[in-house]
Design a binder for this molecule. Structure first.
Ligand SMILES: Cc1cc2nc3c(=O)[nH]c(=O)nc-3n(C[C@H](O)[C@H](O)[C@H](O)COP(=O)(O)O)c2cc1C
Length: 188
């Protein structure tokens, strides 16, 4: 039997009708049998304050614990002003502290993005990858899942209707699972 991989997935948008939440929903639907996805909502994570990094709010404690217990992360990021939205960066900042107690260290991670524009959030993805360098996270390189023109590829119920994107998400999860297993067997 294939090894089971636990993935924590979250979108960097709080919006009810978020296209990035739709990507996460699609990931749950197309996940391979050995990939178990838990979805986390960033709602309720307060703005980062370093005074409390050692004793963070309960929602942050919960977030960090779920990251720790996951074998890998799946992040769907919107693109705001050519970068990562504050909501997502803020959550990552909380999870990255204190340095000696971050569950992000060495964590395998895959990125997806959806935007209403033509580039599907590509610029935000590369900014996110830059953050992963400092955190020594282990991102999957391919396939790149970037859904452009989201309003025409997600229906009114938040379902991703673009079949090619659904297939790419499936391939991304397969790559993430294989990567997480490889890193577990032979840590970097
Ligand atoms: C503050 C702000 C900045 C934005 N900047 C960009 C951008 O740089 N590139 C882009 O493709 N879309 C941009 N957009 C449009 C987003 O792609 C769109 O709002 C998208 O629906 C956000 O993701 P969500 O549906 O998951 O909330 C921006 C939207 C907002 C609110």
């Amino acid at each position: 039997m294939e090894k089971q991989i636990k993935v924590l997935a979250f979108a960097g948008s709080l919006r009810k009708g978020s296209y990035n939440k739709a990507l996460v929903r699609a990931a749950v639907e197309v996940a391979p049998e050995n990939v178990l996805i838990e979805v986390f909502d960033l709602e309720g994570i307060s703005p980062f304050n370093q005074d409390f990094e050692g004793n963070p709010p309960q929602r942050v404690v919960e977030f960090k614990e779920k990251i720790r217990n996951a074998d890998a992360l799946l992040i769907a990021t919107p693109e705001y002003n050519y970068s990562v939205p504050g909501v997502l960066k803020n959550a990552i900042d909380w999870a990255s502290r204190p340095r000696a107690d971050t569950p992000l260290e060495g964590k395998p991670v895959a990125i997806m993005s959806a935007s209403t524009g033509r580039f599907g959030g590509a610029r935000a993805q590369y900014h996110l990858r830059q953050t992963f360098i400092f955190l020594n996270m282990q991102p999957v390189n391919r396939p790149e899942v970037m859904l452009s023109d989201a309003p025409h590829n997600v229906d009114a119920n938040g379902n991703v209707t673009n079949e090619q994107t659904r297939q790419l998400i499936r391939q991304l999860l397969e790559a993430l699972a294989a990567w997480a297993i490889r890193l577990k067997e032979k840590p970097q």
